[in-house]
Design a protein around this ligand. Sequence first.
Ligand code: GLN
Length: 312
Amino acid sequence: APPDHRDELQFILDDVYRRGLDQRDGALADYIPELARVEPESFGIAIATAKGKVYAVGDAEVAFTIQSVSKAFGYCLAIEQIGRAQVLQRVGVEPSGDAFNAIEFDPHTRRPYNPMVNAGAITVAGILHDRFGDGAFDFMMDRFSRAAGRPLGFDEKVYRSESETGHRNRAIAHLLLAGGIISEAVEAIVDLYFRQCSILVTAVDLARMGATLANMGENPMTGDQVFELQAVRDTQAVMFSCGMYDYSGNWIYDIGIPAKSGVGGGIVGVVNRQLGIGTYSPRLDRKGNSVRGVAAVAALSDELGLHAFDCT
Ligand code: GLN
């Protein structure tokens, strides 16, 4: 049992962390060469409540690139900027059941299936680029930072590494152009996408960003209204159905929390009105989700009864 002076949530977090350490499966992402250079043993978990309290354990302050976790927040901003109807015309909300980097589009509309896979996120980058031009990255950086409650950094090396090797994403972007989904500024749009993926966060940052979504777009630590209410709802919905790539169905079934993962090893989880979870461990399973991160969020969901359809 937890000693009296310690918070029970911290006790649970420490226990989940210890159990996660035993997990050594998975491998570092290496298709972006620079991503293979991180410390494979790093493991951190953080929870930020919608009331502004933060709990952390392990390497929760180690910085890593946000990668696809950025897709959730980018989508939120696109809806705020041009409205959900306009966004829906360009990107759907249907799980693809395929890998994050799949080259596939809705056969009827030519739209990407959803904004949580690369094709959809590049479309979202296209929307923000149309809106802000060269200022689009600063706009994203500002909002991501306000959601985290501190100025976030940027990993120049990972950015260059991905930009030099990101042929598949460029191919996707050109197909989006051919389908009339993004504008002719293809190279600038892909560049924005690579940059957003190279923003540096920690598990604590992800927990705080998650808590900002959970708290109806208002950062509970700073009181800053960072995201728009309607956009927050739509973002959580699409994270719920599509956030874990082709593991999304299993994820909803077992864990039942809106979440988004990235190949940098991060996962953000959002429990509406309650809390945000951030995890970091860079060894990934075959679908590109962090092995320890998935295990940790699963354990927290169980221990804290966070599943959306929890009956206990
Ligand atoms: N930048 C990575 C890519 O586009 C992001 C992918 C991911 O995190 N799943 O390949």
